[in-house]
Unconditional design. Sequence first.
Length: 388
Amino acid sequence: MNRIVVIAGEPKSLATTRGHFLVSLRLAGYEVHAVAPPDAMTARWLTERGIHFHPLPMARAAVAPIGDAILAVRLHRKIRELRPQIVLTCTIKPTVYGIPAALIARVPRRHALITGLGYAFTDRRKSVRWRIVNAAARFLYRASLRFATTVTFQNEDDRDDFRRLGLLGRTPAHVVNGSGVDLDRFTVAPLPEEPRFLLIARLLRDKGLAEYLGAARLVKAVRPEARFDLVGDTDPNPAGFPISEVKAAVADGTIRYHGSVEDVRQVIADSRIYVLPSYREGISRSVLEAMAMGRPVITTDAPGCRAPIVPGVNGLLVPVGDSAPLAEAMIRLIDNPNEAMCMAKQSRSIAEQRYDIRLVTAHMMEILESSNRPLPNDLRREFDVEPV
């Protein structure tokens, strides 16, 4: 039986985002092991489905050379202990430390899944800290991805940028349609008559929180009946958005803030238009969920954000980092309810055609099973890895 180890920096993603894929691997005959920071609910969810969970401490956002060195050693030890035929890494730290660790442990197939580029590539302020993090991320990606069997991206822009920056080397790259959406779980809900806007995002600057609040204020000045909802938890990321600004917007009546919500289906059903002013995404799961439930989408003309949107068909694209055009797009869909209704129907149709989680899982499994590329001779000698 083939044994696969999936390494993730965020444990909850193993159930919420990768769950269908992991269960499908097990049903296909794989012995599936998941490695991620400790989380009791995730551990129980995976165990109930026959997936082995191995808790391993991992600071997701911190830049800590000593801690990261310890993480690299721990990953190598865990991989060597499990002796898998395949390692799949998700997010930056599991990838930049897990792929070399798998190579040294002589794992024959090493797959990296790039689900988004995050703070290391998207901070618009270009602070000194960001420049250091960006340089470090490029170096680590370049050093690790040359040892991957394949690299899979969730949009073509990310793949093309990695190629342009020379981060892939000779490693083959694939693109899948995000993480997919469960169309049986996220079913179409009737559109409310009232103009209700919704953003679901962790409280990060690069999710466009400032632009959403700014646009909400502009819209409410001329369309006071509009309602704006925000769902999402705070985040320790360096690009975290101040909770004080969110509270101020609640206090002055601009938005309603719901914090973290376990099941987002009801808040999507209560909305009429979904909004994501993000600076960059892999492909947003919340956008796909909103589309599956039949919601028009307003998002930015940015990598990963524009991918699911056909402008004027199932949504509208606006420039990154500007509240004014975002507000104009919101007012357009308030004033043209029939257009919003048509977009809602097209959103569900596009979700069915391209983003069904079953299609995405099948594509991921095809990539895993079709790629069994040995290391180039020069890299094999460097790490004394036998051909497979």
